[in-house]
Ligand binder design. Structure first.
Ligand code: NIG
Ligand code: FE
Length: 421
């Protein structure tokens, strides 16, 4: 017996499902051509069952035939509908803000100079240690509400401002509590390897050993991924390899902050470790990117970060046209290098500064973003049987939505078939 449609969203001007007709729809799309296959339907509708799963989608006439007298009809008013957006890289939980760094950077100080002088990430480490769990929760909850209002239905949240096991676990606990309270889907990443505390530079090896010994507790508490900032002046490739291998031994999957400022072999390390994603990649070499493509590592570009740090953006066109990589985009929301929860702006910056097409941008923000956090089977694609996580935009044209930038064009957001924004 067919399930009855609890809700039908109809009068959709344009629907992109991101599912390929013949391909396995749980894996990332690689390279320019596949990333442009958005599976478009015009004059469409989507039916949602009582369990919050998609019953059917496609032509309005066929889907409306699934309605009975109890079905709630939602008029999309000719707008654009796509899978709920996925933000696969955020530093959601942190104390305070860092606007005082911008004048220093405008006067010529580099992001890593500020960090070396004890500011940057380290100043957020101090603020995060100082705040109670409830204070951190209130700040992060406001950020989640903002992200949701821009259509984000699944997000990744990192620790990384603790560096002691106690504060790392406090940050993770805040994210776990938020995940329990919010309709948004969460993926938890432990990032104790985010910087070297200045007072530990003298006994660096012991410090690294302490971080490596934190993984089992963070995994047991609920972290699914481990991450490390592999960068000149932070953790070397050898240190990253050691730390992340220990994380894998503790049961964690791996992602990396790689080759953000200097090409240091981070992309190759991601390939070697079989990382799920490598993120930033502004300075990644052709060889590093080719190794990632061969190993099936998703390349996560963070256009808001290159914009805010005023750096030349990642080479997304090379990734797509030459390397054939699966590219995703993320906000990198954090107080120092990307202080904005506006995911629409992230997407517009992908169009404008990464020079991606609208199709590529939406693929990078849905299906490929889900794959960057190993949620390809649950998020980023609309198909019968999948959770009805959807975003409805007022305008019909994706190119208009992205180019009329800085504006929130989201009309409605649904998670598991329920309207949440
Ligand atoms: O992804 N690059 C390292 N970590 C963060 C920045 C964190 C911060 O500045 O607080 C990033 O940009
Ligand atoms: Fe980051």
């Amino acid at each position: 017996m067919t399930q009855r449609a609890q809700t039908i969203i109809h009068h959709i001007g344009l629907l992109w499902t991101m599912a390929g007709a013949h391909a396995d729809d749980t894996i990332a799309r690689c390279g320019r051509d596949a990333m442009r296959e958005v599976d478009a339907h015009t004059e469409a509708a989507i039916a949602i069952g009582e369990d919050g799963r998609i019953l059917g989608l496609g032509s309005e006439r066929e889907v409306l035939a699934m309605a009975d007298e109890h079905t709630v009809l939602v008029d999309a008013q000719g707008g654009f509908l796509c899978p709920g957006l996925v933000d696969p890289h955020t530093h959601l939980v942190h104390g305070g803000s860092r606007e005082q760094e911008l004048p220093m950077r405008l006067a010529g100080a580099g992001y890593l100079d500020i960090l070396r002088a004890g500011g940057g990430i380290l100043s957020t480490v101090r603020e995060t240690a100082r705040r109670s769990e409830d204070d951190l929760l209130a700040q992060a909850a406001q950020s989640v509400r903002r992200m949701l209002s821009f259509g984000v239905t699944t997000l990744e949240a990192k620790t990384g401002y603790g560096m002691t096991q106690e504060v790392e676990q406090k940050q993770l606990q805040v994210a776990l509590r938020l995940a329990g309270e919010s309709p948004v889907g969460f993926v938890h990443t432990a990032l104790p390897a985010h910087a070297v505390l200045p007072e530990r530079l003298g006994d660096r090896d012991r410090f690294i050993e302490e971080i490596a010994s934190m993984w089992p507790a963070l995994y047991a508490q609920g972290a699914e991924f481990a991450d490390a900032f592999v960068e000149e002046g932070v953790f070397s490739v050898d240190e990253g390899r050691y730390l992340l291998s220990r994380a894998q031994a503790a049961g964690l999957k791996v992602k990396l902050h790689a080759d953000e400022m200097v090409a240091g072999g981070g992309a190759q390390l991601a390939a070697e470790l079989g990382a799920v994603s490598a993120d930033h990649l502004l300075a990644a070499t052709d060889e590093g990117l080719a190794a990632m493509a061969k190993a099936g590592v998703v390349a996560v570009c963070l256009p808001g970060t290159s914009f805010y740090l005023q750096k030349t953006p990642a080479r997304a066109r090379h990734m797509l046209d030459e390397a054939g990589l699966a590219v995703a985009i993320a906000s990198d929301y954090n107080p120092g290098s990307s202080p904005s929860e506006n995911f629409g702006l992230t997407m517009s910056l992908a169009l404008l500064t990464l020079r991606m097409s609208p199709e590529e941008v939406f693929m990078a923000a849905t299906r490929n973003a889900a794959c960057a956090i190993d949620r390809g089977d649950r998020a980023g694609v609309l198909a019968p049987g999948r959770s009805a996580d959807l975003v409805l935009f007022g305008p019909r044209e994706p190119a208009y939505i992205l180019t009329h930038y800085g504006i929130n064009h989201v009309a409605q957001v649904f998670i598991a078939g329920r309207r949440v924004a």
